[in-house]
Design a protein around this ligand. Structure first.
Ligand SMILES: NC(=O)c1ccc[n+]([C@@H]2O[C@H](COP(=O)([O-])OP(=O)(O)OC[C@H]3O[C@@H](n4cnc5c(N)ncnc54)[C@H](O)[C@@H]3O)[C@@H](O)[C@H]2O)c1
Ligand SMILES: O=C(O)C(=O)C[C@@H](O)[C@H](O)[C@H](O)COP(=O)(O)O
Ligand SMILES: [Zn+2]
Length: 359
């Protein structure tokens, strides 16, 4: 069992990583001061894990209700959120309830946002079941839904009270979703920890085979980094923006292609290569480092170039709406070297055009 604490004063919480936790996690609920839980999941995860999750939660003596949502990024909307509120109200849940997110990042982001809003805020618990959710989205309290004009545009910072990760749930994850999670894993190596990046390169085959020790280490290291960054800067006033490496380009791809057509991790993989290429253009990063980033992502069969037909004119309207824009200026996260990223606010549109419309 691994325990990592996200240190945020009164909003601190533990991340517990353990195989089998879906059945054995009840002890961690003792500090959640509520008698009623609403578990929200989706139609793919429900048949796999809902019954076991409910049995584990109910063994604490709490009353457990459920809600099963449609699956997919296209449903990460205000309309779906309204369904969560309706279910909670129909059940008569008051402020002393807690919501439980059982699923990937889409469920986690929506349930977290519902918890931030329902009766002006109730606690929530993350039980992430995708690699992406375990290494990234279940930690740190960014919650949101999408808007047709932009990713995660409507949301709130609302920290979970507990994160329970059962790595056994990854056994049922489709290969494409596993790869998408690896994009965010590789992100931490590029932006924060060069040794971790090198470890990922040298354990590539173990990770591709989903060898448990390698997977466990990768998940733990990502959670440690995310916990450290979030503890320093909960609401992205500074260092937390680095976790957005590749996302200005990536979110543009997701929105432009239609939510769900490119997976978040796939779009971020391409966005990180674009950020690395831009850093090379600025003489920050040498060609060898860019090649290493590209090669590691490609080893997991992640895309490393923009979708067909998507150039400067398609990227730029989305990029101008990015949440990091300040005073009308784009702020991009670029790798300075492998293992260190920085916020840059003086990239010109001409430089972006050179990157996005090559030839
Ligand atoms: N809040 C954050 O800090 C943060 C960080 C990164 C990403 N995100 C968000 O997370 C979302 C992406 O999350 P995701 O990649 O987990 O996608 P997802 O939630 O759509 O899950 C991927 C697919 O796997 C299915 N699934 C989930 N668990 C499974 C399991 N154990 N076995 C089989 N199938 C399973 C899901 O139903 C879905 O079809 C995006 O909306 C992204 O914006 C948020
Ligand atoms: O936790 C963060 O901070 C991140 O930026 C993590 C990202 O991987 C994640 O996709 C996040 O949801 C993006 O945030 P946004 O503010 O750009 O919507
Ligand atoms: Zn992300």
């Amino acid at each position: 069992m691994e325990r990592i604490d996200v240190e945020l004063g009164q909003r601190s919480y533990p991340i517990i990583i353990q195989a089998g936790l879906l059945d054995s996690g009840a002890q961690w609920l003792s500090e959640i001061n509520t008698k009623r839980l609403l578990v929200v999941t989706n139609e793919v995860v429900a048949p796999l894990y809902l019954e076991r999750c409910v049995a584990m939660l109910a063994s604490t003596g709490k009353t457990v209700d459920t809600l099963v949502l449609p699956d997919g990024e296209a449903h990460k909307t205000l309309t779906t959120l309204d369904g969560i509120f309706s279910r909670a109200l129909e059940l008569g849940l008051s402020r002393d309830c807690a919501l439980v997110a059982l699923g990937g990042g889409v469920i986690g982001d929506m349930v977290g946002f519902a918890a931030a809003c329902y009766q002006r805020g109730v606690p929530f618990i993350q039980i992430p079941t995708t690699l992406l959710a375990q290494v990234d989205s279940s930690v740190g309290g960014k919650t949101a839904v999408n808007h047709p004009l932009g990713k995660n545009m409507i949301g709130a910072f609302h920290q979970p009270s507990l994160v329970l990760m059962d790595i056994n749930t990854l056994a049922t994850l489709p290969a494409r979703e596993f790869a998408a999670g690896m994009a965010e894993v590789i992100k931490y190596g590029i932006l924060w920890d060069a040794d971790f990046f090198a470890w990922l390169e040298s354990h590539r085959d173990d990770l591709l085979a989903q060898q448990p020790e390698a997977l466990n280490y990768a998940i733990r290291r990502c959670c440690e980094i995310k916990a450290e960054v979030v503890a320093q800067d909960e609401t992205e006033q500074g260092v937390r923006a680095l976790l957005n490496l590749g996302h200005t380009f990536g979110h543009a791809i997701e929105a432009e292609q239609g939510y769900g057509n490119w997976l978040h991790g796939e779009a971020v993989a391409t966005g990180m290569v674009q950020a690395a290429e831009l850093a090379q253009q600025l003489d920050w990063l040498d060609a060898e480092a860019v090649d290493r980033i590209r090669a590691l992502l490609q080893a997991f069969e992640l895309p490393v170039s923009a979708p067909e037909g998507m150039g400067f004119d398609q990227f730029i309207p989305h990029m101008r709406r990015d949440k990091k824009v300040l005073d009308g200026r784009l702020r991009l996260i670029l790798p300075r070297t492998l293992g260190r990223a920085e916020v840059v606010s003086d990239v010109t549109e001409a430089q972006l055009q050179q990157l996005l419309d090559p030839s």
